[in-house]
Ligand binder design. Structure first.
Ligand SMILES: [Zn+2]
Length: 97
């Protein structure tokens, strides 16, 4: 294989697999929600092999996802919010009178 052809192939591979940090972070976010395509995952893994900053970002992201799953967070129903708001308003008006 000629050198020129090899460079051409390498450039094509680089364009296919090498991404910048913002795209790597975006792929990392998608991966946390299992919303990442196989090619995006491969690009992310290759980027992580070279980029220390993104490895740090990914490990923080994974830790956060793990903690959120472990905490079994639930959103508060609207009725509860209204009841609390009413209670707070009653308490503050009582303190001011
Ligand atoms: Zn990076």
């Amino acid at each position: 294989m000629s050198r020129k052809k090899l460079v051409l192939i390498m450039n094509r591979l680089r364009r296919l697999f090498f991404i910048d940090c913002s795209e790597a972070n975006s792929n990392c976010d998608k991966a946390q929600y299992d919303d990442v395509k196989p090619l995006e995952r491969a690009r992310l893994l290759i980027h992580l092999a070279f980029c220390k900053a993104c490895r740090k970002y990914t490990s923080r992201n994974k830790r956060l996802t793990r903690l959120l799953k472990k905490s079994h967070l639930k959103s508060c129903p609207e009725e509860h919010k209204k009841a609390w708001k009413k209670q707070i308003e009653e308490e503050t008006s009582r303190q001011h009178s």
